[in-house]
Design a binder for this molecule. Structure first.
Ligand SMILES: Cc1ncc(COP(=O)(O)O)c(C=O)c1O
Length: 426
């Protein structure tokens, strides 16, 4: 009886979450929703099995179908990203970064990475993968007014510091990074370039962002669930000569089993990306630009590079004059708009609980079919939350009314399922 109570507690809370998402605008820039066919894969027996090692050379029996799926997923990844090699086994973006960093450096080596307040993911910092591997971190020069890395200073710093690794790509990532310039500076040195595409992987797949591999990155890592609308997971795309060392870091160094139901869902997502990826990425970028422009028209402080606000799925707002990121993010959540407070480049790096900014992402709103006209409405609502005295209840009603017509999944083979539907298993 008590056990059933626990089961009901969990199911009821998950159901409540579904209902909330159904009535909300999810705008966390690192999230997305999977397609119905990918979700089917997540519920399969693949999720119960072990397949340690490489296809055809597993440590356990029972892998004949798992192997075929892994090889096809790998092939799709190489094809979509025009990558010589790919590892589709990492179970998250951090694990992909860990495998790449471990493969490319030795403890004591020097690494150039962005500060977290300039947009780096924590795994690029001394607090996580880079620090844990005993690397010496030097800061990548950042231009706060351009919201981007300072190209010339980066080139100089690479030549001067001669690091073993330069980590580009970021969590706050409105504009493409100077990969070409970094690769040129690294050309005659023993320096590798790692590009963390966690956020922009779907935009790269759809040819709507820079192509880091062709620009000279040695390894691209990523999460598979942000602008790429796949299951939670990680991926590496890399040069042929690095394949052996990266694969042996993925397994056996940092994983035993990878998550095979997620792998199958990733395969489906990549197949759908081949078909719909360009259309999806094109609309994401259009929506982000429109939302940013509309917010700016409403006198919201949208950050940009002086010429434009964004070229990705992300928009950054400075809300320090309106009480700060924590206050506004909470007000947004109370109004059923889910986004996160974020450090801005001039914030103290350890001030993560009281930062000045809000980071918005439009990839999920795009996935459920919203276009430019909805972005105008979303901008009005967010502007009201930030600037007006309108009651939260009234705003929440507007959010629900807007969301009502956008609960189907787009840019996939069968979008008839409700995006936030609770699984119908029983
Ligand atoms: C740039 C970047 N890299 C890595 C990660 C970590 O990805 P995961 O959550 O898949 O481990 C994130 C997460 O948001 C990220 O923004």
């Amino acid at each position: 009886m008590i056990k059933l109570k626990d089961v009901n507690f969990i199911r009821d809370n998950v159901k409540s979450h579904h209902e909330w998402m159904q009535n909300s605008l999810p705008m966390i820039a690192s999230e997305n929703i999977t397609s119905p066919l990918a979700r089917e894969m997540l519920a399969t027996d693949f999720g119960h099995r072990y397949a340690e090692g490489d296809p055809g050379e597993r440590y356990y029996e029972g892998c004949q179908y798992l192997d075929k799926v892994e090889l096809r997923t790998q092939k799709l990844a190489k094809e979509i990203f025009n990558a010589p090699k790919s590892d589709v086994r990492p179970i998250s973006g951090v694990m992909a970064n860990m495998a790449a960093v471990f493969a490319l450096t030795e403890p004591g080596d020097k690494v150039l990475a962005l500060n977290v307040s300039d947009g780096a993911h924590i795994s690029h910092s001394k607090h996580s993968v880079v620090g844990m591997h005993g690397l010496e971190v030097k800061e990548i020069p950042y231009n706060q007014n351009k919201l981007n890395i300072n190209k010339e200073e980066l080139k100089e710093k690479i030549k001067q510091e001669k690091p073993k690794l330069v980590i580009l790509g970021a969590s706050v990532f409105p504009f493409p990074h100077p990969v070409k310039e970094a690769a040129e500076a690294a050309e005659d040195l023993d320096t590798r370039i790692l590009y963390d595409a966690a956020h922009v992987l779907g935009l790269i797949a759809g040819n709507k962002f820079q192509d880091p591999l062709s620009e000279g990155a040695d390894v691209v890592t990523g999460s598979t669930h942000k602008t790429l609308p796949g299951p939670q997971g990680g991926i590496t795309l890399h040069k042929e000569e690095l394949d052996e060392s990266i694969r042996e870091k993925v397994f056996p160094a940092i994983h035993s089993n990878h998550h095979l139901n997620n792998l199958a869902a990733l395969g489906i997502t990549l197949a759908e990306t081949k078909e719909f990826g360009n259309e999806y990425a094109t609309q994401i970028v259009k929506n982000a630009k429109k939302l940013a422009n509309e917010l700016a028209k409403n006198n919201i402080d949208v950050l940009g590079n002086g010429e434009e606000y964004t070229r990705s799925h992300q928009i950054l707002l400075d809300v320090s004059k309106e009480g700060g990121g924590a206050k506004i993010a909470q007000k947004m959540e109370d109004s059923n708009i889910i986004a996160n407070k974020n450090l801005l480049p001039w914030d103290e790096e350890n001030n993560t609980h009281q930062p000045s900014g809000i980071r918005l992402g439009v990839q999920e709103l795009t996935r459920i079919g919203m276009k430019e006209s909805e972005m105008k409405k979303v901008a009005e609502i967010i502007s009201d939350i930030i600037k007006s005295n309108k009651s939260i209840n009234k705003i929440k009603k507007e959010v629900k009314a807007l969301k009502k017509d956008f609960n189907k999944i787009h840019y996939c083979y069968d979008g008839s399922m409700d995006a936030y539907q609770y699984p119908k298993l029983r």
